[in-house]
Design a protein around this ligand. Sequence first.
Ligand code: HSE
Length: 415
Amino acid sequence: MVDIAIMGYGVVGSGVAEIITTHTQSLKKRAKEEINIKYILDIRDFPGNPLEDKFTKNFSDILNDDDVKVVVEVMGGLNPAYDYVKQCLEKGKSVVTSNKELVATKGAQLLQIARDKNVNFLFEASVGGGIPIIRPMSQCLAANDVIEIEGILNGTTNFILTKMIRDNMSFEDALSLAQSLGYAEKDPTADVEGYDALRKICILASLAYGKHVYPDGIHTEGISKITLDDVSYAEAWGGVIKLIGSVKKLDDGRLDIFVAPMILSKHNQLASVDDVFNGIMVKGDSTGDVVFYGKGAGKMPTASAVVADVIDCIKHFKARKYLYWADGDNSEYILPYGESVCAMYVRVKYADGVDIHSVVDDIFGGAQFINKQNPVENEAAFITNKMTVDHFHSLAEMLECNDVKIESQIRMGEE
Ligand code: HSE
């Protein structure tokens, strides 16, 4: 029998406890050991809970119990999660986490401690909820050089955008629904403004390129400025708006990495990834495109990935799993966002008397206007040629000197 502890009894923690207590026999077969939850750490009380006798408010109960070999951290946030996880690893306990913020900001340090102590630090559930992605990338795709990763990495925003696109639902109503379904972070700003997707693309980039990619300073846009007008212009063009985390290795070795809403052609493999589902496309030099698809948020999908990592820890007490990336410095390998190249969708309002087609043509030569049913007076939308983001901004400034106001601008995906 192996004793484990769960730190945090929220949505994911309670799901982990549920899987372990309801699948006892099948987990025993797979882990070759019975998994026993010895402690659950939470500051709250859970009177009447069937696991009531396991609860503790004292982290040192877990830290100082040498029988506890695997600790599950599902508290979320950096503090006190980082301190607790670090101490557990230093004490020689393996740690499993679903905490994206922890892995994205402290992954290199924690992986180094795990390596030094010959224990495991596993985090399959930190990206893509129930979708296997960390293990396939570090093992099955290990013979590839990863050229590019593009993903819908946040279930909450994908759910919101889907409701806006399909049901014309307002942003606020769709967010409330996502929260009530347990998809959103405690503070949904992290979902809506793209920080959650940023942490996930940083984890995948670190894994793919072997150097820690820190979230700080990486261009991040969320979906809070997306309107139903943009949704309908995208539809008229033949596309959909998705929040995308993207990283591409350039010929000079630098990484073009960002999170932003993008208009994807309906032919793009990610365009039909809807609701709370995530989709992650990994382009390897040998494999070409490999696409991972599944539920990216929610109690049971995420908990299942956590429990799978617990099993892996138990099976690898003696032979540590190889999962590692080195520390690094973003300034040495991240492309400044202004140098990133893309075509841009632009929606404008203009004053009476402005000949918008000729103004746009003069400034953005070759832009393609989008015609939609029920055109709005003094409003137009167009798609630019590909250019650097910095060049786009300088042309956008010139446009605004012509009695034209830019209402929105959204990156176009690759065809
Ligand atoms: N809030 C996250 C999401 C949870 O919506 O994707 C899973 O990481």
